[in-house]
Design a protein around this ligand. Structure first.
Ligand SMILES: [Ca+2]
Length: 200
């Protein structure tokens, strides 16, 4: 009787021990999997960060190449395109390079741009600006379709201050000969242009 009792007790003890061990093993496996998952997530995050930084570096490098050929003014790069093109063609070609047609935002920027155009394109040339009033006559917007805050229209002819072309002239040029003043012009005219790239 005593021996049977001991056997039963031993059996119970063994079973309990076995089930306890199983639970512990299961817990360990779950814990291991969670640790593995978070390590993979962390690695994925690090890879994403590296790819992001690499893309930024590539962008900066290509901008520096542009700047080596062009000029840096107020955190932007300007690259002259002496080839005469219609406004839309000039704009599309510039967009393909990752830029927009130039749109100076201050008197100083306009002056520096005018000097750069004089040196790189010529003293008598007019170049396309990245602004137009195609959508609404008289409302001049830049290529992000935001209203422009800086304007430098030629108003020396007080009888016909610029812009004076109405609906037949919906694009704008900067004239080097007129000290960097702006004129509206027919978008189908062919003019040189300057492509602008934001560095920051
Ligand atoms: Ca117009």
């Amino acid at each position: 009787m005593e021996f049977r009792g001991v056997c039963v007790l031993l059996g119970v003890l063994l079973l309990t021990n076995c089930s306890l061990q199983q639970t512990t093993t299961r817990r360990k496996t779950v814990k291991k999997d969670t640790t593995k998952d978070s390590a993979i997530e962390e690695l994925q995050k690090q890879i994403n960060d590296i790819v992001h930084e690499l893309n930024l570096l590539k962008e900066q490098q290509s901008l520096q190449t542009v700047c080596l050929k062009g000029i840096k003014i107020h955190g932007k790069c300007f690259l002259a395109e002496p080839l005469k093109k219609r406004y839309h063609t000039a704009s599309e070609d510039c967009n393909a390079l990752g830029g927009v047609l130039c749109a100076p935002m201050s008197g100083d920027e306009n002056d520096q741009l005018r000097d750069y155009i004089r040196q790189s394109i010529g003293p008598d040339d007019q170049v396309w600006l990245g602004i137009n009033d195609m959508m609404t006559e008289g409302t001049w917007v830049d290529q992000t379709v935001s209203s422009i805050t800086y304007k430098n229209w030629d108003t020396s002819n007080y009888r016909n201050p610029q812009p004076d072309g109405g609906q037949s002239q919906n694009c704008a040029v900067l004239s080097v000969a007129s000290k960097g003043k702006w004129f509206d012009e027919n978008c189908r005219e062919e003019k040189p242009s300057v492509c602008q790239f934001n560095i920051v």
